[in-house]
Design a protein around this ligand. Sequence first.
Ligand SMILES: Cc1ncc(C[n+]2csc(CCOP(=O)(O)OP(=O)(O)O)c2C)c(N)n1
Length: 340
Amino acid sequence: MSNSPPPAPTTDDMRGMFRTMTLIRRFEERASEEYMAGRIGGFLHLAIGEEAAVVGTVSALRPDDPLTSTYREHGQALARGSDPRRIMAELLGRATGLCGGRGGSMHLMDRERSFYGGYGIVGGAVPLALGLAWAARYRGGDQVAVTMFGEGAANQGVVSECFNMAGLWDLPIVFLILNNQYGMGTPVERAAPTEDFYPRATAYDIHSWKVDGMDVLAVRAAVAEAARLARDERRPACVELLAYRYRGHSMSDPDTVRAADEKERWQARDPLMTFERVLLGEGIMDAGTIAEMRAEVDGVVDDATAFARESPEVPVDQLAQNVYASPWNDDARGSALVRA
Ligand SMILES: Cc1ncc(C[n+]2csc(CCOP(=O)(O)OP(=O)(O)O)c2C)c(N)n1
C-alpha cells in the first residue's frame, strides 16, 4: 500500500472531486424531496453547504483508512463510493438499503469501504475511531483513522478523553472538527467560551490547526498533511474545518433562528460555485463538460430514487433482525409496531 495521496490533486482528481460534490448536493436535494413527499421517515439531516469539507477530506485519504461520521453522513458514504441506489434505499427504509433498511439516514455504514458509520449519539463515533486507530496499530497496519464531528460534539467530555488517549499513545488518528457554527439552533458563541475549537487538541500535544472548510482544495491539503503526520510520523492530528450548513438542523427544523443575511453571506461562498470557478479558470473543465457531468449525476440520482422506491420494504417480522440481540418479542416493546 502506498503512502497518503499527495496533497496537490491532479486534474483528473479535481474533476472527480467536483463530480462527487455535485452528486452529494443533488442527492441530498432529492432526499429532501423524498422526505417532504413522506417517503422517508424518521430523521433526515442534510449537509448541503458542507460538501467541500466532506469531499476534501475523503479525497485526501486512502480507501482503507477507517472513517467515522455523525448522523449528517450521506456525503461521506457517497464520497467513499457506496452505491447511491443502496444509500437512497436505506433512506427509504427498504430491504435493499446499505444496512438492509434498518439503519436509515443516520446510520449509513459500509465496512467494505472502511466507512464505519453515521452515528446518532453526538460525539459517539469519536471513541469508535480511536478504537479503529488502536486496532490499525495493534495489527501492524499503516491505516489512519479519521473522525468527523461537529463543534457541538467537541463540547462532549468523551472527545477530550479521546484527545488525551490519542496524545498519550500517539495513535494514528485525525480528528476533524466540522465547525458549521451551530449545534441544532444554538450559535457557537452561546455554547462555548472560545471561538476556535482546535486549540483544545493542542492542549493534549496534538498538532492542530484550522482551515477554510468551504474550500475543497484547502481541506484536501490540510487533511493530507494531517494523515501524513499520523501515518508517517505516528502523531495524531486535529483540523478544524470552518463551514456552514445551509438548511436547518434536520428536515423537521424550520430554521427560523438564523438571520437571512448570514445565510446569504455564506451561500455567496458556496463550495461548488467556488470550485467551479477554479476549474473553469484553470481550463480543467468548460461549460460543456460541466453540463454533461451534471446531467450524468442527475441520471444517477434519478436511477437511485427509482430503485429505492421500487425496492421492497423490510418484512415486519424481520424488522428487528440485526437490530436487537435477542429474537423479536411480540409481547414486549415491539408489539405496537408489529400491529400498527
Ligand atoms: C449525546 C447526545 N446529546 C444530544 C443529542 C441531540 N443532538 C443531536 S444533534 C445535536 C447538535 C450537535 O451539533 P454539532 O455537533 O455541532 O453537529 P451539527 O449537527 O451541527 O452537524 C444535538 C444536541 C444527541 N443526539 N446525542
